[in-house]
Design a protein around this ligand. Structure first.
Ligand code: PMV
Length: 365
């Protein structure tokens, strides 16, 4: 499919007013997206586990305007309070997607949104937030078009979410989503995420992710700045090639269930992401001393016990501790005994992989 396929068909229905609502999760990348071209087109394919507990709930109430507006007409409420400072981001998002959703200027929207995780946890809410909003907007479009297949609905929601925040396109479905054209993945596209289409070994069922909140502060490098650092990066082309190779390796791992190989790929991807930041100009170190303490403890625990626990990182200091469900008790005990001391106020979030966004009945946030 190309961009043109996402232009709308004529709106045959008239809808004056209504309310739609979705809950959408965050996701954690195993092969990382870092570097993009214009219009949020990724420089390399990425793949992620869809999470469950870390999620955004969004409700959009809409009312037809008497006359089509010049700009976009909306109010934004975040966790029960009107938030003027979040509006420019939504305005930019609306401008980017308007050609695909021409009804946007014909309605007034009240967007009410809330996160399941604390706002200042250092957990990015853009993936869950943008995917929840994209789904709500698609639900409105579906009412206007009259009929839309479930497959197209999901694809276009992912396509729109991508224009809000790249990784958001991986938060519509679960449990594993791939985004970015890759020669060995049928149906893969730079324009939207797809549910991983091949066999996945039972070792990955209910895979656990305990997120250790090492630094809850504001992100030191926004992802826009971060992605831009890859433009003149001396190692960029090798990195983009490596992501394709790591994806191939991970696909083999998903089939065989080889957790030792899984660990190698996932940890190497996390460290490579940070290595890219350390070797760009300007350069950044986004890990904190406690991030390294945790990594060393995980390595020591694995060495001592033969556990299959491993870590991955986002563009920040927090650590995602990944482990199979059958090691849940053992690893959770280890986390409590040895890792929580490195978290800010001992804070952490227990999460696991899940099926993706859910439609809600309305009146939720
Ligand atoms: O979606 P963005 O633009 O916030 O970028 C996310 C980038 C990483 O989280 C670091 C990696 C990824 O693939 O999610």
């Amino acid at each position: 499919m190309t961009e043109i396929d996402f232009l709308p068909t004529p709106y045959l229905q008239t809808v004056e007013t209504g309310t739609v609502s979705y809950k959408s999760p965050s996701n954690i990348a195993l092969v990382k997206y870092w570097g993009k071209k214009e219009n949020q087109i990724p420089q390399n394919p990425s793949i992620s586990f869809t999470l469950d507990a870390c999620a955004t709930t969004t409700q959009v109430s809409f009312k037809k305007l008497e006359h089509k507006g010049v700009g976009f007409s909306f109010d934004l409420w975040f966790e029960g309070q009107q938030k003027e400072d979040f509006k420019p981001k939504i305005n930019t998002f609306f401008s980017r997607i308007e050609q695909y959703l021409p009804f946007l200027k014909e309605y007034h929207f009240k967007i009410e949104t809330s996160n399941s995780f604390p706002h200042s946890s250092g957990i990015a809410s853009s993936a869950s937030g943008m995917s929840a909003l994209a789904l709500c907007l698609m639900d409105i479009e579906k009412k206007l078009v009259g009929h839309m297949s479930a497959a197209f609905f999901i694809k276009k929601a992912s396509f729109l979410a991508r224009l809000g925040s790249g990784s958001a396109c991986r938060s519509i479905e679960g449990t594993i989503v791939q985004w970015g054209a890759h020669k060995n993945t049928q149906g893969s596209s730079d324009l939207y995420g797809i549910k991983y289409p091949y066999e996945v070994h039972a070792n990955f069922n209910n895979f656990q992710d305990t997120i250790l909140l090492v630094d809850k502060g504001q992100k030191q490098v926004s992802s826009t700045v971060g992605h831009n650092l890859m433009h003149d990066h001396p190692y960029a082309s090798e990195r983009f090639k490596q992501a394709h190779d790591n994806l191939d390796k991970l696909m083999a791992v998903f089939k065989t269930g080889d957790l030792v190989e899984f660990i190698k790929i996932v940890e190497s991807e996390a460290l490579t992401l940070h290595a890219m930041m350390m070797t760009s100009l300007p350069y950044f170190i986004l890990m904190k001393p406690n991030t390294l303490e945790i990594i060393n403890k995980i390595w020591a625990f694995r060495e001592q016990t033969g556990s299959h626990v491993c870590f991955t990182l986002d563009a920040g200091a927090n650590v995602h501790v990944l482990y199979p469900e059958n090691e849940k008790q053992k690893v959770y005990q280890f986390i409590k005994d040895e890792l929580l001391v490195y978290c800010e106020n001992q804070q952490y979030i227990c999460d696991q992989i899940a099926l993706g966004a859910k439609q809600l009945a309305g009146n939720h946030p």
